[in-house]
Every structure is written in structure tokens, then in C-alpha cells.
Unconditional design. Structure first.
Length: 244
């Protein structure tokens, strides 16, 4: 099924699969208190890196809302475990309420969550090899070492692909006639069904991307910078984030 015409049953199946994966990963992390603390430290460092890399977009009136949305919802340090539990409880209702493109967008977002969770946990374990105790010390050198040790390059490329796909999907939703009205109508049923967090995710993304009036330049900038950073990290560049 093409990205332009997502199949609702396929999106629902992918959402179920990725949700089960991410819940398992987060459950394992929560069971180990030091791992959970280290993961929070790592995610805070990564969010700060994103804010530095995209300081220009965060300061640009046209792009600030979308950049902030990416920072809070795709790169942010918060643990969306509560959202995962809400989705698990109300998945049948969500599948009934949401149109196929919106459900597909959420499925991609949860897939990105699952992949990022797996890679972050692998990075935490890489940091701890040889340094089993003490505060997690992260700088550009140690981050690059853990980044390379934690994952194959193809997994990082998939992570970037998903970020772009979510952005493209949100941009397409923002161009959909009457979607703003549909989202407003859905708000009360979504809250009653326990999927308010997902509805809010769609509304925030829709508003941020509609404000841009075309996301091509924004998404191209994010993709180019992330791919350049990824190349530098795997190449062993001593300053992988410089000039981005």
C-alpha cells in the first residue's frame, strides 16, 4: 500500500505490533532503576543537541512551531509510557474514530518510538561498559563511541527515514480540506475513549505544519542535517555536530 493511500487495517496492524514492542522495551527499562535514570539523562542530552542543531528553525517564525513539535514529540526527553498505555486500552476505539491517514501517522510515530527506545537502551549499555557506576558522563566523544557501538548504520538511517515520513504525513494532513473541523469534532469522543493524548498529538502536529504553509524546506533541512551528523558519527569525526 502506498504512503499516499494508507490502508487502515495495515496501519492498525503495524500500530499493534510496534506498540507491543515499545511497551516491552519500556517495561524492561523501568524494571532497572539505573537504566531508567541513564536513559533519561541520554534523552535530555539528545534533546539539547537537537535544540542546538536547529536553533535557527526554532527562532524562525515560519518554522518555530514545527521545530518545537519535533523537539517535544519526536526528539524530546519525556517518557510517553502513559500514552502507550492509553493506546493499548483503547486501540479498537481509536481505529474506529481515526481516518486511515491519521492512524498511519500515529503508527509511524509509535514505530519511531520503538526504534528510538531500542537504540537508546543499547547506547546506555554501551556507555556503561567499563563504567558500571557513577553518573552517566556524556560529551561528544563518548556519545559518538556509544552511538557507533549501539547500532548498525542502517538502523540509524531508518530512524531518520521515519522522522521524515512522519513530517511528510503531517504536512499532507495539514493540507487535507476540512480536517481541522474533523479534529475539533473528534475531540470529545477522543477524550471519552481515552485517546486524548493521541488526539492532542495530531492536533499539535496539524497546527504546526499548517502554519508553515508547506513543509518541504523544513523537512529537507532536518533530513540533510541528520544525515550529515549520522555520516560524521560513523566516520569518527571529532566534531560531528559542528556546522549543523
Amino acid at each position: 500500500m502506498s504512503d499516499f493511500a494508507p490502508d487502515k487495517s495495515d496501519a492498525a496492524d503495524r500500530l499493534r505490533r510496534e506498540l507491543a514492542s515499545v511497551r516491552g522495551l519500556r517495561g524492561a527499562a523501568r524494571a532497572e532503576a539505573p537504566v531508567a535514570d541513564d536513559r533519561a539523562t541520554l534523552r535530555a542530552w539528545q534533546a539539547a543537541r537537537f535544540a542546538r542543531t536547529y536553533a535557527d528553525l526554532l527562532a524562525a517564525p515560519r518554522y518555530a512551531a514545527a521545530a518545537s513539535f519535533f523537539l517535544s514529540d519526536l526528539y524530546g526527553p519525556a517518557d510517553p509510557a502513559a500514552r502507550d498505555e492509553a493506546v493499548a486500552r483503547s486501540l479498537p476505539t481509536m481505529v474506529r474514530l481515526l481516518p486511515a491517514p491519521a492512524l498511519d501517522t500515529i503508527a509511524r510515530a509509535v514505530e519511531l518510538d520503538a526504534l528510538s527506545e531500542r537504540l537508546d537502551l543499547a547506547m546506555v549499555r554501551a556507555f556503561r561498559r567499563g563504567r558500571p557506576t557513577g553518573e552517566l558522563a556524556i560529551n561528544e566523544v563518548s556519545y559518538a563511541e556509544a552511538y557507533r557501538a549501539a547500532a548498525e548504520r542502517t538502523e540509524r538511517e531508518r530512524q531518520i527515514d521515519l522522522v521524515k515520513q512522519i513530517g511528510v504525513a503531517l504536512d499532507r494532513l495539514a493540507r487535507t480540506p476540512m480536517l481541522a473541523g474533523a479534529l475539533a469534532i473528534m475531540e470529545a469522543p477522543a477524550r471519552a475513549a481515552g485517546v486524548a493524548a493521541l488526539h492532542d498529538f495530531l492536533v499539535r502536529g496539524f497546527r504546526a505544519f499548517r502554519q508553515m504553509r508547506g513543509a518541504a524546506e523544513f523537512l529537507a533541512t532536518v533530513e540533510a542535517r541528520e544525515r550529515r551528523i549520522n555520516e560524521r558519527l560513523y566516520a569518527g569525526d571529532p566534531q560531528p555536530f559542528a556546522g549543523t
